[in-house]
Structures are given as structure tokens and as C-alpha cells.
Design a protein around this ligand. Structure first.
Ligand code: GLN
Length: 251
């Protein structure tokens, strides 16, 4: 069974571990560089990206995280984790990088502007079944302002009408531009990297976690295609039926 690491410095790592347990997958807490060895994939949870970066620096994790991402094993960043994975963040701070995009760290405003909404997710539904929408829990959430050509957009959402306009520095000189689109990107995939601006681990919908685990199966299937390994069995099928949920989650 796949061993999924969850970066456990700060933020919603327990909720990810519980979401993995609910689908019968073992998650392990990662706090030190050597704990990345032997993992099949890694989740970088939401939290507060500046605090998480300070703790990651304290534990000397940045080089090992960059190596893990560039090594090609699946990595999923949710919220602050998305910020970590972006190549560029408006507002600046140390990043792991790897995901060809620019994020705005607090695009939707302050903690008080946190919200929930239904997101249209046809590609998730196509792969994992179920509704064409999923519940998006946005907590002082970032958003993706633009993406490179290798990045597949999995979800976007309307910019809330009451949102004050935001100004984005182009990074060159003092030139600034206002974000003027009426929609903004909130979930993407680029090869081995998955990133969501919202928190699937806080809902009972396990499709994003399954989607991520399927990325691991895909990469194994690719590596061992010559051996015709079957990638059809789902970890979830190992689970006893009707296992009680072990954390409060939003229905
Ligand atoms: N829920 C979250 O992960 C919020 C992330 C936050 N906007 C940050 O900058 O870190």
C-alpha cells in the first residue's frame, strides 16, 4: 500500500491524515528531511504559509522538499501548500516551487472573508465519479492568477463581487496591474503536482484524495508498464465497510 507523507509542521495535517484513513490509506507525519525518504507521495497541507516556511527553514526542509518535488513523485499542496508549490507568490516569501504559476496569498481577503461554495469539477468527476461539483472550503484562501502552458486547470471560481480590487506587481520595476478577470483558478495539476486553493480534507468527499492517490498509481504504472502491472485495485477496497469517521467534517 502506498505510503503518503503529510508535512506536519503546522496547519491541517491531522485532517489530511484522517481523510486518508477514511479511504484506508496510511499517512505518515513528516517533520524532518530524512522522513521524506521512502514515501510514495507527499501532501503539503493548508495553514499559514509564512509560519510554515519559518518552521520548514528551522528543520532545514526546503532543499529536501525541492528534491522531492523535482524527483517526480506526486505532491499535493492545499491552500498554504499550494503557495509553497508555486514558482511565484505575490507578497513574497520562501517557496518550494515546481508549479509553473503565480499565486496571490490572500486573494479572497482576510479570515473574515472565508467562504464555502460549490465548484464545477468535471475532470475530477470524470476520473473519480460522482457529482460534477464539489464543495470548496476557502479559508483565507490563495488563488492562482496565471499558469504556464503545462498546467491543467481543474477548477476555477467567480471572483466574489464584494472583493476589493487587488493590485499585482509585475515583479519588474514598479509596474502594477489590477486583476480584472471575473474568474480565478483554484485547482490545477502539472505532471506530478496537484494544487488546490481550498480544503478537501475538511469535507466528507474523498475524491480529491483518491485523485491524488491515482496520480501515484499512474506514475507506478508508467514506471512498470513493461511488467503490465495492474493499476486497477483501489486502496479503498481494503477498508472495512461503514468505518466510522474520526474527525468532525463539514457535510
Ligand atoms: N488556509 C490557508 O492555508 C491559508 C493560507 C494563507 N493565505 C497563507 O498565506 O498562508
Amino acid at each position: 500500500m502506498a505510503v503518503v507523507g503529510v508535512l506536519a509542521l503546522q496547519g491541517s495535517y491531522n485532517e489530511h491524515l484522517a481523510a486518508l484513513r477514511r479511504i484506508g490509506v496510511r499517512g505518515v507525519e513528516v517533520r524532518k528531511p530524512e522522513q521524506l525518504l521512502g514515501l510514495d507521495s507527499l501532501i503539503i497541507p493548508g495553514g499559514e504559509s509564512t509560519t510554515m516556511a519559518k518552521l520548514a527553514n528551522y528543520h532545514n526542509l526546503f532543499p529536501a522538499l525541492r528534491e522531492f518535488v523535482s524527483g517526480g513523485k506526486p505532491v499535493w499542496g492545499t491552500c498554504a501548500g499550494l503557495i509553497f508549490l508555486a514558482n511565484k507568490a505575490v507578497g513574497g516569501q520562501e517557496l518550494v516551487g515546481g508549479l509553473d504559476c503565480t499565486v496571490h496569498r490572500n486573494f479572497f481577503g482576510s479570515q473574515l472573508q472565508s467562504f464555502e461554495t460549490e465548484l464545477s469539477v468535471p475532470k475530477l468527476a470524470e476520473k473519480e465519479g460522482g457529482n460534477e461539483t464539489c464543495r470548496g472550503v476557502f479559508i483565507r484562501a490563495p488563488a492562482i492568477l496565471d499558469v504556464g502552458s503545462d498546467v491543467e486547470i481543474l477548477a476555477d471560481c467567480p471572483v466574489p463581487a464584494n472583493r476589493p480590487s487587488i493590485t499585482i506587481s509585475s515583479g519588474e520595476g514598479d509596474e502594477e496591474e489590477v486583476y480584472s478577470k471575473d474568474r480565478v483558478i483554484v485547482a490545477v495539476r502539472q505532471g506530478n503536482i496537484l494544487a488546490t486553493a481550498f480544503h478537501p480534507e475538511l469535507t466528507s468527499d474523498s475524491r480529491w484524495h483518491r485523485f491524488f492517490l491515482d496520480m501515484d498509481k499512474e506514475s507506478h504504472a508508467k514506471a512498470f508498464s513493461a511488467l503490465s502491472l495492474s493499476s486497477s485495485s483501489r486502496d479503498a477496497e481494503d477498508l472495512p465497510k461503514n468505518k466510522p469517521l474520526d474527525l468532525p467534517i463539514f457535510e
